[in-house]
Design a protein around this ligand. Structure first.
Ligand SMILES: [Zn+2]
Length: 458
């Protein structure tokens, strides 16, 4: 009898749990959000009306909901009600600071010599610490000439007439670095996989590599024996060395004071099994203490990403690919470790899998669909092939193929893309993403997109 009552109580508790009102965002009941609007994301009982401050909120049949709310400056109180469940939230929007400081460029009377302190630091086109305004990522020990500064950046001379910007915190002033740098030799070599261009310099100087259609333009700046304007520009004829095929991966770096550019040779691809022996790294985003986004129904992005990654692993394996998993379980993996692993293993293609979220001021009901990100232009056709297959086979909404400087796609030598399968904070996308049938379709579409892209390289 006691047992039966206990079981009954447990069942009742379980039933309540299943229909409980749950808010996954904002994460705390009292929060400060500096935005004119934000949103409530969560789940509730579909059979009960849901209210936020007496306004009815649409609930998706899965139970998920997303609702934008405006925020007035100061305290904003919200009562969320579904059946007998009531949750109260207090959101504070701070006053805007009106003193917007206007930054000014200060030119130095005498240029300063500076040296980069660590690896992978961006040489930028503008003095702004964000986005794709990147010319190159420099290693430590690169000698640069700063002719002025603005905010937190040095302005860097790139030859006689061009400039870049480098964060002050990544460099140190070193007057001893002042010496004339010479190019003493150059040669082109090749192995089974790569063409290798080597430039022998007497010191590390800033450089840039630009994808320019039929050519890959290598610039080496501040070299005194350059033919003109204090820099060398070498236009590598891609159309000739790749026989009209697309660029599939390159890297540029210093080894000592030799500047090296490696360009991957065309792959050997078979028509019937285009993925055969192609080395592909799959990166399940986030993991361990990094949860990523939280879906309306409370699922964590890190777990969803891993499910997609495992299915993609099997799909690609069955088509003959040589697949590397960046993570296979729920563990912390640093961004740097992810790209290093792909580079060490010699991945030809790198695919990072994610689920999307939005900043406070956007509307999670209005924005949904699949987005595919790339950083290097070379990866855009691959992104387009995968998007096209996902539209046809998994019926996703194309929310854009976008160039963005995500660390995993920027720091890999492979052809790298990042797929945001959909928006976890959108109730419709969320229900779809966690659906097993949809996942199978999406994964097969990614594999088909890869095959279609590779067939185009035969
Ligand atoms: Zn993510």
């Amino acid at each position: 009898m006691i047992k039966r009552i206990l079981i009954g109580a447990l069942l009742m508790f379980a039933a309540c749990e299943a229909y409980a009102l749950d808010v996954v965002y904002p994460k705390q009941k009292t929060v400060t959000i500096n935005s004119p609007s934000t949103f409530f994301i969560g789940s509730s009982d579909y059979s009960q009306p849901l209210y936020i401050n007496d306004n009815i909120v649409e609930v998706h049949p899965s139970g998920g909901f997303a609702q934008t709310v405006p925020l007035a400056v100061g305290e904003n109180n919200f009562t969320i009600k579904s059946g007998n469940s009531i949750l109260n939230y207090k959101i504070i929007r701070p006053k805007q600071k009106s003193d917007v400081s206007v930054s000014e460029f200060k030119k130095y009377d005498t240029p300063k010599y500076i040296i980069s302190k660590s690896n992978g630091m961006p040489l930028r086109t503008t003095p702004v610490d964000a986005g794709i305004n990147r010319l190159a990522h420099l290693q430590s020990g690169v000698v640069m000439i700063a002719d002025g500064e603005q905010d937190d950046f040095y302005r860097i001379k790139l030859g006689d007439d061009n400039y870049g910007w480098f964060a002050k915190s990544y460099a140190e002033i070193n007057s001893k670095a002042q010496n004339d740098v010479f190019l003493t030799g150059a040669n082109i070599d090749s192995d089974d996989e790569f063409y290798i261009y080597t430039f022998n310099l007497t010191s590390r100087v800033p450089w840039s590599v630009e994808e320019n259609g039929d050519t890959l333009d290598i610039s080496i700046y501040n070299v005194v024996n350059a033919p003109k304007d204090n820099f060398y520009r070498i236009k590598v004829p891609l159309d000739k060395i790749l026989y009209g095929k697309d660029l599939i991966g390159y890297s540029a770096y210093y080894s000592g004071t030799d500047f090296i550019v490696k360009i991957r040779k065309p792959l050997n691809i078979s028509e019937d099994k285009p993925l055969k022996d192609v080395k592909i790294a799959i990166d399940a985003g986030h993991g361990g203490s990094e949860f990523g986004a939280t879906g309306c129904l409370g699922d964590y992005e890190k777990d969803i990403n891993l499910k997609y990654a495992k299915d993609l692993y099997h799909s690609l394996k069955s088509r003959g690919a040589d697949v590397i998993m960046i993570r296979e379980k729920d563990e912390d993996v640093a961004l740097k470790t992810r790209t290093e692993k792909a580079n060490e293993e010699g991945a030809v293609i790198f695919i990072s899998l994610h689920g999307n979220a939005l900043p406070d001021y956007k509307d999670p009901l209005a924005i949904h669909g699949t987005e595919i990100y790339y950083y290097y232009k070379q990866a855009k056709p691959l992104a387009a092939a995968i998007m096209s297959a996902m539209i046809t086979e998994a019926e996703v909404k194309n929310n854009g193929i976008i160039q963005q400087s995500f660390a995993v796609v920027r720091n890999t030598n492979a052809l790298s893309i990042l797929i945001e399968i959909g928006y976890l904070i959108n109730p419709y996308d969320n229900a779809q993403i966690i659906d097993n049938e949809f996942r199978k379709k999406a994964v097969e579409a990614i594999s088909d997109g890869l095959e279609n892209y590779l067939r185009g390289q035969i």
